[in-house]
Design a protein around this ligand. Structure first.
Ligand code: FDM
Length: 212
């Protein structure tokens, strides 16, 4: 019998919510419990496309807004063959940001509608679970200053939060909101519970297509 597929698990949230810390802890905990798991992140800055995106985020280059949006999407599509292969091998993928960040960040810019922003990512592997790490702007501010990269301002982050709230209304995606104001271990326990459920369910289901 073919081995059971891994689950595609995504963590989303505004800046300072602790996504990267929690992705790492989740992968470690899954591996320690004997479940194969790997972490991925988008943008993946290591590819040729990823390097263009990275220079843009670091403000070392300028790119037209539609163009950079499509590059972020292309940066996900270029990883699809290896993602599918790993999932088929039974490896659970824990992903730090995905198409939801893509749609939320670009649609927070003037002149973009959410619908247009979602289009390039239609048909990507559909996550079995998307956890949104919820943190109020005032709690995020307590966690320190924003960095120097593009988009790291409180005004823009509020606009992004609003777009995430619109995306979360879509019942075709398995959204779970996680209270990220708890301590690191508390948040982790919550994330682990949801992830184990998703892994069990995904085993018996085909991988879906996002927003299709
Ligand atoms: N971002 C991320 C986008 O604008 N579109 C996308 O598709 C993705 C995946 O890039 F500001 C933004 C979100 C964030 C930046 O930062 C990436 P990190 O620190 O590498 O997650």
């Amino acid at each position: 019998m073919a081995c059971k597929r891994g689950a595609l698990i995504v963590l989303e949230g505004v800046d300072k919510a602790g996504k990267t810390t929690q992705c790492k802890k989740l992968v470690q905990a899954l591996q320690q419990s004997g479940r194969p798991a790997e972490m991925m992140r988008f943008p993946d800055r290591t590819t040729t496309i990823g390097q263009l995106i990275s220079a843009y985020l670091e403000k070392k280059s300028e790119l037209e807004d539609h163009t950079v949006h499509l590059l972020f999407s292309a940066n996900r599509w270029e990883m699809v063959p290896s993602m599918k292969k790993k999932l088929e091998q039974g490896i659970t993928l824990v992903v730090d940001r995905y198409a939801f960040s893509g749609a939320a960040f670009t649609s927070a810019k003037p002149g973009f509608c959410l619908d247009w922003c979602k289009k390039p990512d239609v048909g990507l592997p559909k996550p079995d679970l998307v956890m949104f790490l919820q943190l109020s702007p005032s709690e995020a501010a307590l966690r320190g200053q924003f960095g120097e990269e593009r988009y790291e301002t409180s005004v823009f982050q509020r606009a992004v939060q609003h777009k995430f709230e619109l995306l979360m209304k879509d019942p075709s995606v398995n959204w779970q909101v996680i209270d990220a104001s708890q301590n690191i271990e508390g948040v982790h326990d919550n994330i682990m519970d949801h992830s184990l459920n998703a892994i069990n369910t995904a085993q018996n289901q085909l991988l879906g297509e996002l927003w299709k």
